[in-house]
Design a protein around this ligand. Structure first.
Ligand code: F6P
Length: 582
């Protein structure tokens, strides 16, 4: 059986031939499965007793570590690869800011280091030794650690190395595995230079979890809208689970399964309200962005705080998923690196794609209206005091550069607009007329679902934090919907499979073989592998030397290349580019 995280979701089987409104509808149905997947009686899902219990237990451990008297010695560390590592970073940032303690209580590691926060670094995912060493370094000077290893597929060797290290040092670590497959479907493939597989590590951890010496949080959320694209539901569910755990541990005096459930229900309600009020905005921006992509233009996001971070996260995942260039989708944040607060600080010297400040976006727009006329810029603002709104209202650096490119009275110009996430009763702010579109998404729609009323067990600052987190989820769904839909419309998805993925690590190598097999009925695994190698090495015959080389060798050969997965060669009579025109 395929792991749930790699399975094709029937809801989106024809997403590639759907119009924007239909695409949003399908994304909505997929996202709702996070909370109530259908037909899964035998699997653990979000509201299963086991999952809620594990979340509460982890929240109790976290609370103890945060507030115990010798707290200088304790640390909560989250870790993962790709989007999982980026959400780990975001959660550490959020809760360090929320607690405002002089000594940071939350930390993160990500495969590939901080570069991976801004550009995709796929190969380090396979390196369990570096995972272990990164963890050891991050924990220097701390003796009591809650470690949360995030891997949606229960597959990343980087995380396996860390979990294993935790289990070897039980006096120091409480390990938690967070992902979205049952343990039996964890990856059972060899990890370079190791006798264990991820499955083996997960089974050991499961055993320890029987005595609460470790914890497993692995609800099934069903297949992603674009098969295997765990940046979507996987990333959202990771954020929701971690926020719920840390809100309980930092902002609730007393809690049990019932409080945990109340917070989760609020996320579920928010998801429903988001799609009720934002579907038009998402489908419109998706169309405009597809239009930009088809004219070789770009998509830019800019926002502040969590909404800014999430725009950058969304952009980062487009190259490995859709074969996009680093410039196709970019995110920017008001305040730049000092606001980002990543471990390694300002990485701007590494190049253009590491420049994340809204002022950098202003400079880019400074190239003039003609240079950006095919581009789309989406400004996402949360609440009336969002700094990105001030940029526009006070005509600051970003505001005036946008005015310069969008305020001209010419036929073709950059599409620029604002998505405003506002509270139900908030007044509409004054905004400059050069913004082509303003969408307002209001939450909550009814009074029963405010954090203050539904979660009165939270402190008032906790309820405020929860509100921000709910808005951030909306921002994430908005970004994911826009960039996913636009790539679908560009023809980067066949049925619901990413067919222009980068073959840049073990998981993506095996995913590519799966895609070739699926679209070439009747061929064996070996034949599919052979076709992939032919494409990677650009040869007609795969000789013994090639076929016996390691997967690592193949990945190193494939990673720098574009359009490696030869899915369309064998059975479908059209190519990627002939699909999805507007
Ligand atoms: O290797 C690519 C990738 O699939 C990313 O898209 C994803 O965010 C990352 O791996 C992490 O995957 P997982 O959470 O399953 O370990």
């Amino acid at each position: 059986m395929l792991p749930y995280t790699e399975a094709a979701n029937p809801i989106t089987a024809d997403i590639d031939i759907s119009n924007p409104k239909e695409i949003v509808k399908k994304l909505e149905e997929c996202d709702k499965e996070m909370f109530s997947p259908k037909g899964l009686d035998k699997e653990k899902t979000l509201f299963s007793e086991d999952i809620l219990r594990a979340m509460v237990k982890v929240a109790e451990v976290a609370k103890k570590l945060i507030f115990q008297s010798d707290s200088g010695k304790s640390l909560i560390i989250m870790s993962g690869c790709g989007t999982s590592g980026r959400i780990a970073f975001m959660m550490a940032r959020t809760f360090n800011r929320f607690l405002k303690l002089t000594e940071k209580k939350f930390a993160y590691t990500i495969a590939g280091g901080d570069q991976a926060l801004f550009t995709s670094q796929e190969a380090p995912e396979d390196d369990r030794e570096t995972g272990k060493n990164d963890l050891i370094k991050a924990c220097e000077g701390r003796s009591q650690i809650l470690y949360i290893g995030i891997t949606c597929g229960l597959s990343a060797p980087y995380v396996a190395g860390q979990l294993n290290h935790c289990m070897e040092n039980p006096e120091k670590f409480t390990p938690v595995l967070l992902g979205f497959n049952p343990v039996r479907l964890a990856r059972d493939l060899p990890i370079y230079g190791w006798q264990k597989t991820f499955l083996k590590v997960a089974q050991e951890l499961e055993l320890l979890s029987e005595d609460d010496k470790a914890f497993l949080i692995n609800p099934v959320v069903m297949g992603e809208a674009v098969t295997g694209s765990s940046r979507m539901k996987g990333g959202s569910m990771t954020k929701i689970i971690l926020e719920t755990i840390f809100l309980l541990s930092t902002a609730a005096s007393d809690f049990s399964i019932s409080e945990c459930k109340k917070i989760l229900k609020l996320y579920e309600e928010t998801c429903k309200l988001f799609y009720e009020s934002a579907s038009n905005a998402v489908s419109s921006w998706m169309s405009w962005t597809a239009h930009s992509f088809n004219a070789d233009g770009h998509l830019y996001y800019v926002g502040s705080n969590g909404a800014g971070v999430l725009g950058i996260i969304d952009a980062t995942e487009c190259p490995p998923t859709y074969g996009a260039t680093l410039d196709d989708v970019r995110g920017f944040i008001c305040g730049g690196y000092p606001e980002y607060e990543n471990n390694e600080g300002d990485l701007g010297q590494l190049g253009e794609n590491y420049r994340i400040n809204s002022d950098d976006l202003a400079e880019l727009l400074g190239r003039g209206p003609d240079a950006v006329k095919h581009d789309t810029l989406i400004i996402v603002a949360v609440g009336l005091t969002d700094p990105v709104l001030k940029e526009l209202q006070e005509n600051k650096k970003l505001g005036s550069s946008i005015k310069n490119v969008a305020g001209k009275d010419v036929a073709e110009k950059m599409k620029v607009g604002v998505v405003l996430l506002l509270e139900k009763d908030a007044q509409l702010p004054e905004l400059p007329s050069f913004l082509s579109e303003i969408f307002v998404i209001r939450l909550p729609i009814s009074d029963e679902v405010t954090p203050n009323t539904a979660c009165s067990f939270l402190t008032s600052t906790g309820a405020e934090r929860l509100k921000k987190s709910l808005f951030e989820c909306c921002a994430k769904w908005f970004y994911n919907g826009t960039s996913t839909g636009a790539h679908v419309r560009k023809g980067k998805v066949y049925k619901n499979f990413m067919v222009d993925l980068k073959v840049s690590n073990q998981k993506l190598f095996h995913r590519s073989i799966g895609i070739i097999k699926r679209f070439s009925p009747g061929i064996s695994e070996d034949e599919a592998r052979n076709f992939l190698l032919r494409s990677i090495y650009e040869v007609d015959d795969v000789d013994m030397t090639l076929s016996s080389s390691s997967i690592l060798t193949h990945i190193m050969a494939a990673a720098p290349k574009d359009k490696v997965c030869p899915w369309e060669t064998f059975s479908v009579p059209f190519s990627i580019t002939s699909l999805g025109s507007l």
